[in-house]
Design a protein. Structure first.
Length: 330
């Protein structure tokens, strides 16, 4: 056998091994349950209804939801421990920028008041915070919310002093007396108001609907190899929203959701009302390419610009690769 023949055989064997590896990986994806990370936000806790009712199994999809603290869910996704995760659209871009590539396939909701800038008594508006300290987690959505509110009030970021504060520590930080306001989402924002009598929101996500969209975002390899299964997950979401919004079944839905987070139903209902759940028809309208907050593309572009400007990451993200509307807009 001459050298050319040996090289041809080596190339053939190499190709067969590569093909075998791809087929093995695909088989592994296909045989395992879809693993989805979710955390304490009404638009994601809503999935508990589908879990408890067995709707995913009824739809013919093997999906396993895993409960995390929010930041831990993103870490698990980045480490490849789960196939998908529930995050804000801005944080989906942050994950992608650090190498955890993902594709947003489903809109669950937009924040409709649950994200807040909460100020101490005597402060009636953002303008009253000029020259004062505000505690929030820099680079995350409350930072963007604050900047949006300041701009609308004719102010700049330099008009206030931002103290980098972990979101789950904001209630204690406001109560400590060092800060005039905090930025947090529910339940942390509500806890801050409980700890400081008379504290109230001076700006919320209800003032700018679409500033913060919440999504299910998926590992591209999982999406490519299990697209039919992900389509089933998306369809189940429509059933979840209908069940929660129907006055006849909402009490049962709230009971299920509140039990997941250890609250009484009457305490959880106000949190649900600060979240605008989006069914598939609602989501279809938001998935249209357009500028501004009524579009997932437009909102994500604003978040991307914010992330680059404030050094969350250096290079703008490719939104066409970050968003796949095909499953929701079928």
């Amino acid at each position: 056998m001459n050298a050319a023949s040996r090289n041809s055989i080596k190339k053939l064997l190499s190709g067969l091994l590569a093909t075998s590896a791809i087929l093995s990986a695909t088989a592994a994806w296909a045989g395992a349950p879809l693993k989805i990370g979710y955390s304490d936000w009404p638009g994601w806790v809503a999935w508990q209804v589908a879990i408890d009712k067995g709707w995913l199994k009824e739809a013919g999809v093997d999906a396993q939801f895993e409960w995390f603290d929010y930041s831990a869910s993103m870490d698990a996704f980045a480490a490849g421990k789960i196939d998908a995760v529930t995050v804000t659209n801005g944080d989906a871009l942050v994950m992608a920028s650090s190498g955890a590539k993902n594709v947003m396939i489903l809109l669950t909701d937009f924040s409709n008041g649950n994200d807040m800038i909460v100020a101490k008594p005597g402060i009636k508006s953002l303008k009253d915070l000029k020259g004062k300290k505000i505690g929030l987690e820099t680079g995350l959505v409350e930072h963007l919310l604050l900047l949006n509110g300041l701009e609308k009030s004719g102010m700049k970021e330099t008009d206030v002093t931002i103290i980098n504060t972990k979101t789950n520590e904001t209630p204690q930080a406001l109560a400590s007396g060092d800060l005039s306001a905090i930025g947090a989402w529910q339940p942390n924002s509500g806890e801050a108001m409980k700890r400081v009598s008379g504290a109230k929101p001076v700006y919320t996500s209800a003032n700018e609907p679409g500033l913060i969209y919440d999504v299910v975002t998926v590992n591209p390899a999982s999406l490519a190899s299990r697209k039919a299964d992900w389509e089933k997950v998306v369809k189940v979401w429509d059933k979840v929203v209908t069940y929660i919004n129907d006055p006849k079944t909402q009490p049962d839905a709230v009971k299920i959701m509140s039990a997941r987070v250890g609250l009484k139903p009457e305490a959880y209902l106000p949190l649900l009302k600060g979240t605008k759940l989006l069914n598939l028809q609602d989501g279809k309208k938001v998935f249209v390419k357009a500028d501004g907050f009524k579009s997932l593309y437009g909102s994500s572009k604003i978040a991307d610009t914010f992330n680059v400007k404030y050094g969350v990451y250096k290079q703008p993200q490719d939104l066409d690769k970050a968003i796949d509307p095909s499953l929701e807009t079928k």
